[in-house]
Structures are given as C-alpha cells and as structure tokens.
Design a protein around this ligand. Structure first.
Ligand SMILES: C[S@@+](CC[C@H](N)C(=O)[O-])C[C@H]1O[C@@H](n2cnc3c(N)ncnc32)[C@H](O)[C@@H]1O
Length: 300
C-alpha cells in the first residue's frame, strides 16, 4: 500500500470505541490476530472466492522487520501457496504491491512475485495500475505515484461482473452516426468499463477513512474488486488485513469476510470499523467519486 511517513502523527477520525464495538464478533466475519499461515491452514481447500491483499513491501515499516529480498520472496511464496490452495475454481487472487527500495534502487514487487503465481498455474487477467496524488517527494528519481494490482484467476471460467463497477461514460449522449442504429445512443447507459488504470486517492491524514494504520487500502478500491469478482454470499479473504478495509468492502456488499493480522491494535481497529459499518456510522469515500481537481471548475 502507498505509505505515509512514519513521522506523520495519525489522527483517528473514525467513531470512538464503545462497549459494543469492543466485541470481536460478527455473523459474517472471521477476523483474527494471528500469523497468516496459521490462520489460512485452518480454512478449507477452494473455499475463498476472492483473496485480496497488500502484503508488507519489506521496507522496514512499523509493522515489519526488514530482511534480505530472497527471504522476503520465500515468505511470500509460502503465503501465496496457501492462497492458491484456498482459491475457489471460479475465484480470483488480487495481490496489490508497490516497490521494495534499497539504497535508492527500486525493486518492483509485482515483477518479483509474478513468476510465483504463474508457476502455481494461475492466469493473469489484468495488471491494474493504481495511481494516486500523494506520497514522498523524491530528490534523485521521479516521485512514485502508482502501485499495481496483479489479478489472477485459477481457470478460464471465472466470475467477472462488469455492470456493478461501470463508471460514467465520457460522452453519454454520443450517437451511432451510420448503420442500422444511426441516431441512437452508442454508449452503454450503465456506463463504461473502468479500464485498468484506477485513479483513487490513497488514505492520507485528511482522508475520511484514515485510521491508526500507516498504509491502509481505500475501501473503494477493494469494493470495485469485490463487486466485479464475487457474488453475494461469496467469501473474501485478506491474509494481511491491517485495519480491515477488505472486510469492510466485503461486508458492505453482503459477502463473508475472512482475514488476519499480527498486530492486535490493527485488529481492534478492524473490529471497531466493522461494528461502525453495521451501526451505519462508518464513513467511507464513495467508490466512484471523482478525484477533486481544483483546476477543473466545470466538474467534468
Ligand atoms: C500493507 S499492510 C495491509 C493494510 C491493509 N490493506 C489495510 O487496509 O489496513 C500489511 C499488514 O500485514 C501485517 N502482517 C505482516 N506480516 C504478517 C503475517 N505473517 N501474518 C499476518 N499479518 C501480517 C502487518 O501487521 C500489516 O498490517
């Protein structure tokens, strides 16, 4: 996930903890403070319809210990092997990553991890570029403003629902100019395919979803994957769940949520957010809300 600086003081803007929100229970969610291999090994083969996650990038952030890149990739391999075992035949894995950085050199993690998925027999359907406006200002290279999501399926027969994730067409009034449909609207009234470059603000200190996690998913990004790649009642797993953004996206759309994290404070925040969602008080940025552009007065 795109990271904010460790030095940034985090301001929690979500509702305050109440007695009810301390409960770590929900009929449709299994969220635990546990190592992911231990958590995943208890789950049944082919039981997950979507496995969506953002692992640590081996950058030495507050939730990870920096080790050699080889060891990091080996650890990822173990987690990916479990994810492949758990993946439903019609299901999808979405691995969201950025760069590992060492002494100013960048190592794109999707390039390093792609062969592991490919050797496991998965097929890449999209390499989605997630672009965002904020991050570190680099002095010796161009500032990084994108990360990627590798979307794999286990078979050719996979769930893909385009209609729930269509975005407004650029020219909704455009008409066919020749042929039998001449004069009728040519674009889909439900909107267009969102394509594979997603401009979604990353969660920085003034974002409505900002919690105590330095690199959380924007819920709208996961919602798009949940709606497109699963159906109601399906199961969604995030093995590095942090403060539960994937669970929020899944539960919001009547899917079952599974996930784990090593950090008990992140898990406590995940439960607070789930209870706030159920109570109708959780604030999330709407999935397709356009990015604010101060230079565009017309709003187009
Ligand atoms: C990039 S963050 C994911 C944030 C998450 N997407 C969210 O929206 O909050 C990676 C998370 O992986 C967790 N983590 C690292 N190693 C883990 C392990 N072996 N098992 C479970 N969680 C782990 C860290 O504590 C951290 O919260």
């Amino acid at each position: 996930m795109a990271a904010s600086s460790k030095a940034n003081k985090v301001i929690r803007q979500q509702p305050k903890l109440t007695v009810v929100s301390r409960l770590q229970r929900d009929a449709d969610a299994q969220i635990a403070c546990q190592d992911n291999l231990k958590f995943m090994r208890k789950l049944d083969d082919e039981s997950m319809h979507l496995i969506v996650t953002s692992p640590p990038y081996n950058l030495g952030k507050e939730y990870e210990e920096k080790r050699s890149l080889d060891i990091y990739v080996e650890e990822q391999m173990a987690c990916i092997a479990e994810a492949v075992r758990l993946l439903h035949p019609r299901g999808s894995i979405c691995w969201q990553v950025g760069n590992h950085v060492h002494k100013g050199e960048i190592f794109p993690l999707d390039i390093l991890l792609y062969p592991i998925f490919k050797k496991s027999g998965l097929q890449l359907r999209n390499r989605i570029v997630w672009t965002f406006g904020h991050g570190l200002h680099c002095q010796n290279r161009f500032s990084g403003r994108h990360e990627t999501i590798l979307w794999f399926t286990k078979s050719d027969d996979y769930t893909f629902n385009l209609d729930p994730v269509r975005v407004p067409s650029k020219y909704p009034e455009k008409k066919h100019f020749k042929g039998p449909k001449k004069g009728t609207i040519s674009s889909n009234p439900l909107g267009k395919n969102p394509a594979d470059v997603w401009d979604i603000p990353n969660v920085k200190s003034n974002h409505v979803e900002k919690s105590d996690h330095p690199c959380q998913f924007p819920v709208g990004l996961v919602e798009r994957l949940v709606l497109a790649l699963t159906n109601k009642g399906d199961s969604v797993l995030d093995p590095y769940i942090g403060v539960g953004s994937s669970a929020i996206a899944a539960l919001k759309h009547e899917r079952n949520a599974f996930g784990c994290d090593l950090d008990k404070d992140y898990i406590a925040t995940a439960w607070e957010r789930i209870h706030a969602l159920r109570a109708g008080t959780l604030r999330t940025r709407p999935m397709n809300k356009p990015v604010y552009d101060p230079g565009n007065k017309s709003g187009e």
